[in-house]
Design a protein around this ligand. Structure first.
Ligand code: HEM
Length: 492
């Protein structure tokens, strides 16, 4: 027994040594520095054994190799590259999109809800993206704005009648609002904004970073073979409820005469048109209830927590800068008066200063800290002339670039006058970039700004950092600001 145990330990050690050496040589041969702290599991080792978010571990690597255009990292046997130079990041996301169009998330066929735009790749992703894009055009957003506005008004009522939310659990309160708002605007669920929804529980649970979800996420990034062999699934626990709810919604909508122009309407239209076909390649997908439920599911998961994080980011900054808060509130009050005491779509669009504050808050706290891609054809990154082979996993910096003094003077200073809407997209990427940029960005911004305008018209705020100060949760891709709350004081 002891001999067997010793033999296993020796085999593991030999494997670790040779695997680490192989990875290191692989990148050194290409003129790329290699992250040596853990040559086999790279940043995943620190992520799994420590208590910090993965983006913070990447940030440490970024600071350790300040002049490298990219850094090779350990990832078992799959070559993995952490891209740090903004021109290279831009190549991965935009200019050489054809070589990096795959996000690189693994999924198993039987994980029905994982068959969504975020996880899809190749022709299937392209087709689904084309079909979903019309949901978020400016005209559609204008049409559905009355629902967004109503959700924000309901949220103010909710805050007013629940004083226990005025100084604690701010992030939870914001996710509750975002869940109700996205449910109403995208799916038309509920005439009233609902704050006790089973969708909320699912949304929170789906990406909540538990030890098991962190291990599963790490395996999916370290080895697609192991992920497939173990037949790991992300969302099987929510299948029954979610698919059932969407089926019911679609059948109900088929009977309705009036169109609401929301996600459910688009789904019904897609199903009426029959098989979805890519004109160029002839590739076909059947729009089953299950496939549409997977897209709907992901809009919830993608829409709720990042939008709540964005609103939280703005509130944290405004609660720390009373002069900037005052200026935002004055703008809201002026526009509100100009639009006859209504915060319409045009009124929200007119709030230029609020827009600047929103953009700058997402520079400091981009809700998603870094992005992933997979190389789908051999190519070369421009800075450093780095050869990248098909199959390589790519990690691209976002938070790190947003906080780099080479691109932002005094990056830790909150300064809404930076005019980020004019910023080159390789330096400012809260919604990602290129062909896989966030599909819901415009909707999310509108929803967040509408909520902020209503809340700040009704409340004064202060940021309360608890003992030990603001820190981040141990999250996979997200920034989860912890140990901080907002104190709301009614203005009237
Ligand atoms: C402030 C809130 C939000 C932020 C900061 C955010 C951020 C992001 C980021 C960084 C990505 C990856 C982009 C890339 O890889 O280049 C993404 C993808 C995505 N987001 Fe958002 N998002 C937000 C809200 C939403 C909302 C409200 C929805 C839908 C209702 C949504 C739907 C999606 C989808 C479907 C994708 C995958 C796109 C694809 O792979 O083609 N997001 N989001």
């Amino acid at each position: 027994m002891i001999v067997l145990l010793l033999l296993s330990v020796v085999i593991i050690l030999v494997y670790v040594y040779f695997n680490g050496k192989y990875n290191e040589n692989y990148w050194k041969k290409r003129g790329v520095p290699y992250y040596e702290d853990n040559k086999v599991l790279g940043p995943y080792w620190d992520f799994l054994t420590g208590d910090r978010a993965l983006f913070q571990i990447f940030y440490d690597i970024y600071k350790k190799y300040p002049n490298a255009p990219a850094v090779g990292i350990g990832s078992l046997v799959t070559p993995s590259l952490y891209v740090t130079d903004p021109t290279n990041v831009h190549a991965v996301m935009q200019t050489d999109f054809a070589s990096f169009s795959d996000r690189g998330f693994e999924k198993n066929e039987s994980d029905i809800l994982a068959d969504n735009i975020l996880f899809m790749h190749g022709r299937r992703w392209k087709l689904m993206r084309q079909l979903m894009t019309p949901l978020f055009t400016a005209a559609k957003l204008k049409n559905m704005y009355y629902i967004v506005d109503k959700s924000a008004l309901d949220f103010v009522d909710y805050l007013k009648s629940n004083p226990d939310t005025w100084e604690r659990n701010t992030f939870d309160t914001l996710t509750t609002f975002c869940c109700a708002a996205i449910g109403a605007a995208v799916f038309g669920i509920g005439e009233q904004s609902t704050y006790d929804s089973p969708f909320l529980k699912i949304t929170r649970a789906a990406f909540y970073p538990s030890w098991w979800s962190n291990i599963r996420f790490s395996i999916s990034n370290l080895s697609s073979t192991v992920f497939k062999l173990l037949n790991l699934k992300y969302f099987s626990d929510y299948e029954k409820f979610f698919i059932g709810a969407i089926k019911q919604l679609l059948r109900q909508r088929e009977q309705e005469k009036t169109k609401r122009h929301d996600f459910a309407d688009i789904c019904i239209q897609i199903q009426k048109n029959g098989a979805m076909k890519d004109g160029e390649t002839g590739y076909e997908v059947i729009p089953t209830d299950e496939l549409l439920a997977a897209q709907a599911f992901f809009f919830y998961v993608a829409g709720v927590e990042p939008t709540a994080t964005a609103i939280f980011a703005v509130l944290i900054q405004l609660g720390k800068h009373p002069d900037i808060l005052k200026r935002v509130q004055n703008e809201i009050i002026d526009v509100y008066a100009k639009y006859n005491k209504q915060l319409t779509y045009d009124a929200i669009s007119e709030m230029q200063y609020l827009d600047k504050v929103f953009n700058e808050s997402l520079r400091i706290f981009p809700p998603i800290g870094f992005l992933t891609r997979r190389c789908v054809r051999d190519t070369v990154l421009p800075v450093g002339n780095i050869k990248v082979k098909k199959g390589t996993r790519m990690y691209t910096a976002i938070y790190e670039i947003h906080h780099d003094p080479r691109y932002y003077e005094y990056p830790e200073v909150f300064d809404p006058e930076r005019n980020l809407s004019d910023q080159k997209s390789e330096f400012y990427m809260p919604f990602g970039n290129g062909g896989r940029i966030c599909i819901g960005a415009r909707f999310a911004k509108l929803q967040a700004k509408s909520a902020l305008a209503h809340v700040l018209r009704n409340f004064n705020i202060e940021t309360v950092e608890h003992k030990g100060g603001l820190r981040f949760g141990k999250d996979q891709v997200q920034l989860r600001m912890k140990n901080v709350d907002i104190k709301f004081t009614p203005r009237y």
